[in-house]
Design a protein around this ligand. Structure first.
Ligand code: SF4
Ligand code: SF4
Length: 265
């Protein structure tokens, strides 16, 4: 059995900012909204989302006999902060205008995967390393592991870094000594608009109002109509940007809804 404390300690040592561990069960509460989103066609050209829905919702189908999902968070600088000098390549470059904050630094998939492989090696375990290319609902697992909650803009919101985070997981058959629970409401109570929290966002709808393309569902489970989202058109180039769509100058990703969020102050 793995010591959960040890797993979290080593995760920080390999470079992650936070780590939580969830028991590998089915995401039963989360499956219904996912299927509703697909039924509306709001996944647009992301046809891969239609495949492996069961696996996406149950890591035991991804890794037979899985017992634990080790969830890791890597925070990145928000767009209002210039990148540190040490982050700039030789010759130097500043902040790239029109590029979302997550894409300003090194290609995060490679960075996170390397850290996840290091973590797995140092723990001496087998396990599936996941970082965006594996059918697993990373943000829901991070929420289950107590690392944050899913905001109305559909991203994981952490108490420390808001939604300026990337996520990666290791799904393993190893049992861990302790499993995390959903985050405590008290960590978010600083914000009055979020204080009566049935869903943490409570009465706040700032991201909904901020989105220039009305892509974010104002009520019901957090959902985005991808066919209205700039981040989709600027990172999945198979579809042209439709007439009337407002990119607000973004050419890769879009930070507008995150910038509106009080948790990202
Ligand atoms: S990323 Fe931009 S376009 Fe997409 S939902 Fe957020 S604000 Fe709207
Ligand atoms: S802006 Fe408000 S509604 Fe949107 S994710 Fe943040 S707290 Fe939730």
């Amino acid at each position: 059995m793995l010591s959960s404390e040890e797993v979290k300690r080593i995760a920080l040592e390999v470079g992650f900012d936070a780590c939580g561990i969830a028991r590998a069960d089915a995401l039963t509460d989360e499956e219904y909204p996912l299927r509703g989103w697909l039924a509306k066609g709001w996944h647009a050209g992301l046809s891969y989302m239609e495949r492996n829905v069961e696996m996406r919702m149950d890591p035991r189908l991804l890794v037979p006999g899985a017992r634990s999902v080790i969830c890791c968070v890597s925070a990145y600088p928000p767009p209002i902060l210039p990148l540190g000098k040490e982050e700039r390549p030789e010759g130097g470059w500043g902040y790239k205008p029109g590029v979302a904050a997550y894409a300003q630094g090194r290609e995060y998939h490679k960075v996170l995967k390397d850290m996840l492989f290091s973590l797995r090696e140092r723990l001496g375990i087998d396990g599936k390393v996941c970082c965006d290319t594996v059918p697993i609902s990373d943000k829901h697992w991070a929420a289950r592991a107590g690392l944050g909650f899913i905001g109305r803009h559909t991203l994981l919101v952490t108490p420390q870094w808001g939604s300026w985070v990337n996520l990666g997981e290791i799904v393993t058959t190893e049992e861990c000594s302790e499993y995390s629970e959903y985050s405590e409401y008290s960590e978010y109570s600083e914000y009055s608009e979020c204080s009566d929290n049935p869903d943490f966002c409570a009465r706040c709808r700032r991201c909904v109002d901020a989105c220039p393309n009305h892509a974010i569902a104002p009520s019901g489970p957090p959902m985005i109509d991808v066919s209205r989202c700039t981040a989709y058109y600027t990172t999945h180039h198979e579809r042209p940007i439709p007439p009337g769509h407002v990119t607000a100058g973004y050419t890769q990703g879009c930070d507008i809804c995150q910038l509106a969020c009080p948790f990202n102050r």
